[in-house]
Design a protein around this ligand. Structure first.
Ligand SMILES: *[C@@H]1O[C@H](CO)[C@@H](O)[C@H](O)[C@H]1NC(C)=O
Ligand SMILES: *[C@@H]1O[C@H](CO)[C@@H](O)[C@H](O)[C@H]1NC(C)=O
Ligand SMILES: *[C@@H]1O[C@H](CO)[C@@H](O)[C@H](O)[C@H]1NC(C)=O
Length: 354
């Protein structure tokens, strides 16, 4: 442990109360986002404010938009003349996706009751860059949908009923959000050739070790953020792509990080492993000696000693473990445990004389 302290000249520990911590951990850290290419200029509805559709006994009729200057504008959507490339169909009680006009680049279908995505709706919509299908009841996406939209950049299907990662996703994708489904299957080659994907969100699904193969993520050369939190993994996922910056694995059942697991990840800055089953035995001594690491979160595990890490680390979350830290020099001893009832930010400037 003393050797650990010796690795760096300043130690910043954030000891946060459980509640405070939980709140903070939900906020996404700022990341290098893909360039604003393809970002719609229409104001986006605040997704967080949208209520989840209640399970209806009887589906309400679609909310019909005003008659449009565009003859091809589906009545369940609104078409804003100053944004001819956007089709707004969110929050319209829609059950079936209407035929999408060919001029559409940005398609908003979130917060409806759609259960299936079929190719007919997209037969002419070859220009689509962005599809938001979040918060529907989708259990099936026909793989032929994507054959017609080869330049799709953003696909958001979080909060649906998918049981597997959709097949036939286009290689052009930059962001894929599939969080909060019931996914327990990744078809072979699902992410193949997606060399431009920067964000892959599989948060809150039912993925286990056997669903992820050694080469599942192999082709994702641009991937910066991988979120596999809240699944049922027991092992660290294999074959992570080299450009990864953020790796989120909170709320799994991981008890072991292989010795050279992070070797080759030369950009890795954020690692979250809160709420797993890590103990000292499962953490090789130098496993977190990663030069690029800025933020390491290991709260709610069973660790008893502080792992070694590099001197650039800015945030270390270790609350809800059973750690004793001994700071040489001032001989103060802190016990990090549930007993910490207050929010506490501790900075200990320390220079070892080695
Ligand atoms: C697709 O576009 C073609 C040519 O513009 C048109 O004739 C056809 O009706 C469209 N199909 C649908 C389903 O809207
Ligand atoms: C990936 O991005 C590059 C640069 O924007 C682009 O030229 C290329 O066509 C994209 N690849 C795919 C498969 O869309
Ligand atoms: C930690 O990493 C640095 C940089 O890669 C390396 O020089 C050093 O030897 C490592 N320390 C240990 C104890 O592995």
């Amino acid at each position: 442990m003393k050797a650990g302290v010796g690795l760096f000249s300043a130690l910043v520990l954030l000891l946060l109360m459980g509640g405070v911590f939980t709140q903070r951990s939900r906020q996404k850290k700022p990341i290098r986002r893909p360039a604003a290419v393809g970002k719609p200029s229409v104001p986006q509805p605040a997704v967080s404010a949208q209520p989840e559709p209640q399970e209806p006994t009887d589906f309400p009729p679609p909310i019909l938009g005003p008659p449009s200057v565009f003859p091809d504008c589906p009545r369940e959507c609104t078409c804003n003349p100053s944004h001819p490339n956007a089709l707004n169909c969110e929050n319209h009680n829609i059950r079936a996706i209407p035929v999408i006009p060919s001029r559409t680049h940005y398609l908003y279908l979130q917060n409806n009751y759609i259960s299936e995505v079929t190719a007919e709706s997209f037969v002419n919509a070859t220009e689509i860059r962005w599809i938001n299908l979040a918060n529907n009841r989708i259990h099936q996406i026909d793989k032929k949908v994507f054959e017609k939209i080869p330049s799709l950049l953003y696909l958001y299907v979080q909060r649906n009923h998918l049981k597997e990662v959709p097949s036939g996703l286009p290689a052009s994708l930059e962001q894929l959000r599939l969080g909060r489904n019931s996914i327990s299957k990744v078809p072979a080659g699902a992410f193949n050739k997606m060399g431009n994907l920067t964000l892959l969100d599989l948060y809150h699904n039912q993925l286990s070790d056997s669903d992820l193969e050694k080469n599942t993520f192999k082709d994702l050369k641009s991937l910066m953020q991988l979120n596999l939190a809240h699944n049922v993994l027991k092992k660290m996922p294999a074959g992570l792509p080299n450009n990864l910056i953020q790796l989120y694995l909170d709320k799994n059942r991981i008890d072991d990080v292989p010795k050279d697991y992070f070797r080759g990840l030369h950009h890795l800055a954020f690692v979250r492993l809160n709420y797993n089953q890590l103990s000292d035995k499962g953490l090789p001594k130098y496993v977190f000696n990663i030069t690029t690491l800025l933020d390491l979160q290991l709260s709610h595990n069973q660790i008893t000693s502080i792992p070694l890490f590099n001197g650039r680390l800015e945030h270390l979350h270790l609350n809800h473990n059973s750690i004793e830290i001994l700071f040489r020099g001032n001989a103060c001893k802190f016990l990090l445990s549930q007993k910490f009832a207050t929010k506490m930010r501790l900075r200990v400037p320390y220079r070892e004389s080695s």
